[in-house]
Design a protein around this ligand. Structure first.
Ligand code: EPZ
Length: 422
């Protein structure tokens, strides 16, 4: 298993390019199932999860190829495709559930393994099932699989008004893709508003879908009979950008993030500004400058446009070495403090009680061997290692590789003393 060896204490200076967003690329790869025509995605990030999703599509019979320049990938989903997603692949990546909506919409039936839980929570998909059933799908859960089909005599899903019990990002994405080809109108009442939803909607519109209200909590879709191919550029990854902003804020330095979209990171940028970092944003870049200890910031994670749960672990690492104490409240997932025990191994002072963690800022962490448990926890440990005194070894960084495109190379490029140990 690969590890990262980090020697902390160095400021970060220079420029880094932010890759395409994992959480936009994954649903957008699934959207290629909605047409038999060729679909090209550009700015696709080189991530383990993207490779897994590509394998899943390939397994069904989707033809795909990569183009050399800037992460280009083309897909072609033939009519003869096998609409099944097996457990062996789905268990490694929960986002596989995103094939359910498009398969049902285009082929009228699908067999998709239940994803199972993951480190940060049980992650059920009951809302996905409820919404697709509202659109006319018959979905049985048996032997660990969701077996979905249309009622006898029906060849298409029909539009529906869907109000989920809670805001769900991939649920909203499944419904968007299913409704694009359904008969009639669909209204999503408490839709997720993340920028990745907006990006997916823009891709679907380029394919001929009729969608309004994406980016708000009410999305209206008018189903069409067929969708065509398109070329779509994957939006920049706001969580990768936020991760680098926190890293520079923690180590001190002056870095320009190319391709980053500040308007997708308001809540995080506000907190970094309050902490004492200087953030300057322009067309397609964010510049972050920091020096000395910042002021710890309390925050609670909520759905977009609130403070993102995917940035909670990274900002907590910053709070560990800031001045003062802070309270971090995780409202989205029930078990997203797995990084706390590892940060404590680096000397951090953190107490957790249910969904609240109280961090007491100290002036330095000391390097140690720590273990990554999930994607964003690993990013948090890398940030902590960049500021800890001495050497930190982060183990099990396959978690990091799932969602960050060449993280250590990018960090080395702005002055970090970091290397991968095979
Ligand atoms: C997406 O996961 C992201 N993944 C997650 O990013 C992100 O943390 C999460 O949204 C919240 O922003 C992708 O986009 C691939 P949810 P998702 O459905 O869609 C509950 C990362 O680090 N819920 O919005 O699975 C659920 O348990 C990953 O990049 C149900 O109960 O999250 C959670 O408590 C981690 N039943 C809450 O809703 C359902 O059917 C929000 O989950 C669906 C969700």
């Amino acid at each position: 298993m690969d590890k990262l060896r980090i020697t902390g204490g160095r400021p970060l200076n220079g420029e880094v390019t932010i890759s395409g967003a994992k959480n936009a690329a994954l649903p957008e790869l699934c959207a290629t199932l909605l047409t038999a025509e060729s679909v090209t995605l550009t700015n696709v990030p080189r991530l383990r999860d993207v490779a897994t999703m590509r394998l899943l599509l390939d397994n069904m019979g989707v033809q795909s190829e990569t183009h050399g320049e800037r992460g280009g990938m083309s897909f072609q989903a033939p009519d003869s495709l096998k609409p099944e997603a097996p457990y062996e692949l789905v268990k490694t990546m929960r986002a596989s559930v995103l094939v359910l909506g498009p398969l049902l919409a285009r082929f009228g039936h699908a067999k998709v393994s239940l994803p199972g839980g993951c480190a940060i929570g049980s992650r059920p998909v009951d809302q996905h099932i409820k919404g697709l059933q509202a659109m006319g799908a018959e979905i049985l859960v048996e032997h660990g699989y969701m077996v979905a089909q249309l009622p006898a005599g029906k060849t298409r899903l029909h539009g529906a008004r869907i109000a989920t019990d809670m805001i769900t990002v991939t649920g909203t994405e499944n419904f968007l893709m299913a409704a694009a080809l359904a008969e009639g109108e669909t209204l999503l009442e408490n839709a997720a508003q993340e920028p990745e939803i907006t990006d997916l909607a823009e891709m679907l519109i380029a394919m001929g879908a009729k969608i309004e209200g994406h980016g708000t909590s009410r999305i209206h879709i008018q189903g069409v009979d067929r969708l065509r191919g398109c070329t779509h550029q994957v939006v920049a990854d706001r969580i990768e950008a936020g991760t680098f902003l926190c890293a520079v804020a923690a180590t001190g330095g002056d870095v320009i993030l190319r391709h980053a979209r500040a308007e997708h990171l308001d809540a995080v940028i506000d907190k970094l500004h309050d902490a004492g970092a200087e953030i300057e944003a322009g067309d397609g870049f964010i510049r972050v400058r920091a020096s000395g200890r910042l002021k710890a910031q309390s925050f609670r994670t909520t759905e977009y446009p609130g403070f993102p749960t995917d940035m909670q672990a990274q900002f907590m690492a910053l709070n560990c070495i800031a001045t003062g104490s802070s309270k971090v409240t995780e409202t989205i997932f029930e078990n997203r403090f797995m990084h706390v025990n590892e940060l404590v191994r680096l000397g951090a002072k953190i107490q957790t009680d249910g969904k609240v963690a109280v961090v007491e800022g100290i002036d330095k962490l000391s390097g140690a061997i720590v273990m990554a448990t999930d994607l964003r926890a690993s990013a948090s440990l890398v940030i902590a290692g960049l500021v800890a005194e001495g050497e930190t070894i982060v183990d099990r960084i396959y978690h990091l590789d799932r969602g960050y495109d060449q993280m250590e190379a990018k960090l080395r490029g702005i002055g970090a003393d970091i290397e991968r140990i095979k």
